[in-house]
Design a protein around this ligand. Sequence first.
Ligand code: MRU
Length: 357
Amino acid sequence: MPSHVETLRWIGAERGHLVLIDQTRLPVDLVELECRDVKSVWEAIKQLRVRGAPAIGIAGAYGIVLGTQPAASGNQQAFFARLQEVAAYLATSRPTAVNLFWALDRMKDAAAAHRGKDPSEIQAALFAEARAIHEEDRALCRAIGRYGAQLLQDKSGVLTHCNAGGLATSEYGTALSVFFTCQDQGKNLHVFVDETRPLLQGSRLTAWELARRGIDATLICDNMAGQVMREGKVQAVIVGADRIAANGDTANKIGTYSVAVLAAAHDIPFYVAAPSTTFDLSIASGDQIPIEERSREEITHGFGRQTAPDGIDVYNPAFDVTPARLIRSIITERGIIEPVSRATIAQTIGRPSAGRD
Ligand code: MRU
């Protein structure tokens, strides 16, 4: 069994189908789910069977391929109408991770570049584009790991929140890619894994990935992070991201902001590891990042058991925004952005869209 995971696989050519690890079944069962139409991809994203910003983007790209398959034998106008419909549908699955919208736009651009050709040829081009998005993500994650590993000393304690591992990407992760690369380089880390309420991506997924790789890890409940830092066990925090605004404000799994505040209080560097595909330079600050709200049952009936009284009011935002001032640096495949500012981000990632400050 390879130590890295294959989060998504495509079987066959452009008329083939998508297979993904059903992450809701981990850590107990490692089972795959076949997606043969766009509806099943939408459902897999919505239900977090596939999750994590880059993996959602890759799934979205393959979702476009599946959704346009039936239109490949029709006429050009019907093909483009179907493409728009499928992209709009996939865009309703989850709002926060910008990688989804980035991938959908890239797929639409790829189709537009082949306008005038036979729909079956456009369909083949869409398949090639989805493949490219998938393959490129592997390289981005490896590069993030190489840059990030420079920041960590041998025998450091590091803390991470949620899952920014292979399961959240094509295979190697962003924050976890840094840990895997350190391991490849012979550095021994000790990773504290936040459980990550309410859906436990830390305990179900990150702890599982680290165990498979033989990386020393200790699972803690989210509310223990402050105590572990106070005991001097954490020398750095590294998390992933779902959307980074032009000024560096970063949306990531709910609870990330609290960890960043705790890290600042203990003078511990707080790093974000993310590919360029997670930046949204069209928005000036984190205030404009749409934050997904999920169902009350995730809190009142987590994993099948009622843990709150009937009728209690519930608020369940799935993400929060960590202000740029709390982030020591952002580790990207293009290098390390430090200090985190509008200017340094523009320098490494690109210029914000016109009309925004
Ligand atoms: O709700 P999820 O599990 O999709 O949230 C995932 C995260 O918040 C990750 O940290 C983020 O997407 C980065 S993944 C490389």
